[in-house]
Ligand binder design. Sequence first.
Ligand SMILES: [Fe+2]
Length: 382
Amino acid sequence: MHTPIQLFDPASSTYTYLIWDEASFEAIIIDPVDTQLQRDLVVISERGLKLKYIVETHAHADHITSAAQLIELTGAQAATPAGCGIKPSAIQLQDGQVLQFGGESFKALHTPGHTAGSMSFVWRDHVFTGDTLLIGGCGRTDFQSGSAAALYRSLTQVLLNLPDHTTVWPGHDYKGQTHSSIAQEKISNLRLIVDGRLRTEAEFITLMDGLQLPRPKRIDEAVPANLSLGVRHDAYERHAALTQPQVPKQAGYAGDISPQLAYQWWQSGEAVLIDIRSAAERAWVGFIPNVPGIEFKIWPGMAINPEYEAQLQAAMQGKPKGSKVMLLCRSGIRSIPAAQRAQALGFEAYNILEGFEGDPDAQAHRNTVGGWRARGLPWAQN
Ligand SMILES: [Fe+2]
């Protein structure tokens, strides 16, 4: 049986993990980072993995998750600790809850302390500890509903009670260490052990309360975004004001364009507008009259449409090379790879920000936070 794939984000020293069932290739990703999305997608596709769940150990303060993007691009579901209040997640994990992937089991353990909702996860003889237990250390408890007393109990009564040979995979490491074991932490974790004995709860609380750590640099932007699985709602005001396409972060397509500007370009004939959502989405959610639909992914299963390129070329028949084409999806994420493929065919391809439905709001409902519909642009329903 394989060990987890451990991936590292140097900017935040965050570890992301991939585990899978070797018969079905169903997979779980733990704590993915937004800036590493393309890397993670390459690893997933190279290994032939079918991502089933995107799991967060807690609502992070030091990086933004790529969960919302992974949902859109892979069809996986988000599973996050119920106590973290990440409302758009499909699965609100309770203590002891087990996720199945293929024939494998992945068990959630509520380990509060770093944050009130924090969880650790056990798979076979591995434990993913997030910021609860780090190698030789533990997460801070001085912000974000943290509690040193709760952390002491999570460490000593939950995690250190796992079998000694259990491999510990932390959420971060700042010294290049990759993993540890419960046995090793029982003897060498300096937050817990002093003079060869376990600190008392009172000693641990005094130590944690005296740490005087600097405030996390990205807490004000990262925590609100992570409560929405990585969606940054502050972006919508800027989108609305865009009078020019934005240069995309990822190479490979011409730019990101707001729904309003896409509407203008479509009306003036400056660019062709194509709806790349599945036929099911167009039928159930709504469509834009007189706009061709070319599926980028096909429902159910959301496999990439093998005819996408051919159908796009047919739709652009008679247009010169370099003509502008704008791709619309549900939320402006699937349309990025669709735009990259259109650009590779020789068109000037734009991703329409926010998509048709925008992003989930705090109640996980769409069509209120950005998107073609919520922006008041024309659409219809059968
Ligand atoms: Fe954290």
